[in-house]
Design a protein around this ligand. Structure first.
Ligand SMILES: [Zn+2]
Length: 278
């Protein structure tokens, strides 16, 4: 099927009481691995790319690659801009026909964050989902991350959601970007944020959280969980192990296919952990 809007993934997941994984791609092997896993599990999903990882190819390349692979798939999948830090990035992703957008000015003041996110909303058609971040999620991803992490203040949530008109809200409630083995969700804070929000929530940093925490997020109004580092590590590890096993390895296609399988397995496990009943 064709790419669907992020709005469709949100509504499908909400109706099924499921959580959509949001998996970052960079290249063909990662894209293949993600969609192979999605087909096995059948849960609606986001495939996403941040501007840092578009640097290898381009927004149109990413769109073409994802759309072509999805043509033979029956599971709803949206193509999402992850951490659009500027309105230029939002404009480029929309021009390339992405179906879901994140604007992230969360390191700025509350007022500036509202202003930037509102401008992104004005650029983003109503049928395209818009995610914005309130609070600032700590940790580094591709060397990008806030100088000062800050948790989401539940008191700011209703005003922010209403002023911007977001469709989903990324929150900072103990989750951390990247490989962060000690990250833990503060479920009391998450519950307060959920109670204050009229839209579903997004948790970034899915790679660093323990399985038993990931499996509870659906009960807390979370509709999307981002996972990037685990996939990247699976791909790099596959090539590293092939090299270590044989310094003369020259079958790029064999190792590339192994990388697809290793990414598929990581993604499938994550979707199942997020949706124990799936
Ligand atoms: Zn993130």
């Amino acid at each position: 099927m064709a790419l669907v809007s992020g709005m469709d993934v949100i509504s499908e997941c909400t109706a099924r009481r499921q959580v959509a994984g949001a998996f970052n791609t960079t290249n063909l092997e990662t894209t293949m691995g993600i969609i192979d896993a999605v087909e096995r599990v059948g849960v609606p999903t986001f495939i996403q790319v941040a501007p840092t990882n578009v640097a290898l190819s381009g927004y149109e390349y990413i769109y073409d690659m994802v759309a072509r692979r999805l043509a033979s798939t029956s599971v709803p999948v949206a193509l999402h801009l992850d951490h659009g830090k500027s309105l230029e990035a939002v404009e480029a992703a929309l021009a390339a026909r992405f179906t879901s957008i994140m604007i992230d000015d969360s390191e700025a003041s509350y007022e500036q964050n509202v202003a930037t996110s509102t401008a992104a909303r004005a650029m983003t058609p109503a049928h395209i989902a818009l995610e914005a971040e309130l609070g600032s999620i700590g940790g580094k991803e591709d060397d990008i991350g806030p100088e000062h992490a800050a948790t989401t203040d539940p008191a700011q949530v209703p005003g922010f959601v209403e002023a911007v008109g977001v469709d989903m809200l990324a929150v900072s409630v103990g989750n951390v970007h990247g490989v962060a083995p000690h990250a833990r969700i503060d479920f009391d804070l998450l519950a307060d944020v959920r109670d204050a929000s009229s839209v579903p929530l997004v948790v970034h940093g899915g790679s660093g959280l323990p399985s038993e925490q990931l499996g509870r997020l659906a009960e807390f109004g979370v509709v999307k969980v981002n996972v990037a580092s685990d996939l990247r590590n699976a791909m790099i590890r596959t090539f590293g192990e092939a090299w270590t096993a044989n310094n003369d390895e020259a079958s790029l296609i064999r190792v590339s296919k192994e990388a697809v399988v290793s990414i598929r397995d990581v993604v499938e496990r994550r979707i199942r952990v997020l949706n124990p009943a799936a």
